[in-house]
Design a protein around this ligand. Structure first.
Ligand code: ADP
Ligand code: MG
Length: 266
């Protein structure tokens, strides 16, 4: 566990070398700088996720986690740095073009449309899928979450909090993402439900999806993730294998207390 530096071993290594990162299909952000007006909120942020790995993005409120995801999605323009997927430059693409390349974000909070039924919600998810494939894709997702079939005519707003977030995930999966960005999917949910959601998210690694998870339940996030990044006031403070971070109470305390001491910024 160190500050970011040329890595050794595993997915880290694969993503580090540009040619190998491209071949692996990695999403690579290099030296991103992002500002809202005159206020810089991300500085020199380098970040990568490889298909088939789960990366936890951690940090206190206002650290810049959502901004990083929004930048990857093209919703926020960086003033410096670059973004690439499998070697293709994404930096100047618009959000729909980024979605079309398979980078999908599940928004934070309650991410469902309460007035749509479960079936309609999945149909909305399929809007960017070629018409001829929509039905098969929806069926594929219902196979994965059989309870969706039983509730297909139920309004999303009447599902439990955990079910709504599961539906939000399912809706994203209809698009068969290559990279899935999950921003605080479990906000306000009980830890046991958070665990269930993270289990589903982590199961996507076997399908070769690269997953980035922002999660307040740090211990839970680290127990499901392969690697983790700690953002502190817009900078990557630490980066490393989740297994190494799990035992580092000192580090977790340092990052989270430093953030807390700086006061609520978000
Ligand atoms: N649309 C915005 N306009 C101005 N400042 C923003 C905007 N969104 C976020 N910020 C600021 O950027 C910083 C990072 O916010 P954010 O990315 O939401 O952090 P996190 O997700 O880690 O809590 C915070 O100081 C926040 O107040
Ligand atoms: Mg956020």
């Amino acid at each position: 566990m160190t500050a970011p530096e040329p890595g050794r071993g595993g997915t880290h290594d694969r993503a580090q070398d540009p040619a190998r990162a491209a071949a692996s299909g990695a999403l690579v952000a290099e030296d991103l700088r992002v500002a809202y007006g005159k206020v810089t909120v991300l500085e020199d942020v380098s970040f990568r996720v490889v298909p088939g790995e789960v990366v936890a993005l951690l940090g206190t409120n206002g650290a810049g986690k959502s901004t990083l995801l929004r930048t990857i999605s093209g919703l926020v323009r960086p003033i410096a740095g670059s973004l690439a997927l499998a070697g293709e430059d994404l930096t100047r693409l618009r959000p729909p073009e980024i979605v079309r390349r398979g980078v999908l974000q599940v928004p934070g909070g309650r991410a469902t449309f309460p007035g749509l039924t479960v079936a309609e919600s999945l149909t909305v998810g399929a809007l960017t899928v070629p018409r001829s494939e929509r039905e098969a894709r929806t069926a594929e997702v219902i196979d994965r979450f059989p309870w969706l079939a039983e509730r297909r005519d139920q309004l999303a707003g009447t599902l439990s909090g955990g079910q709504q977030q599961m539906l939000a995930l399912a809706r994203a999966l209809v698009c068969r993402p290559r990279i899935l960005l999950v921003d605080e999917l479990s906000l306000g949910l009980a830890p046991v439900v958070v665990g269930e959601l993270l289990e589903v998210v982590a199961s996507l690694r076997t399908a070769g999806v690269g997953v980035v998870v922002v999660e307040q339940h740090v211990d839970l996030a680290l127990s499901f993730a392969d690697r983790a990044y700690f953002l502190e006031r817009g900078r990557v403070r630490f980066e490393g294998p989740a297994a190494e971070l799990r035992g580092r109470r000192d580090l977790l305390r340092a990052v989270f207390l430093a953030g807390a001491a700086a006061g609520p910024t978000g």
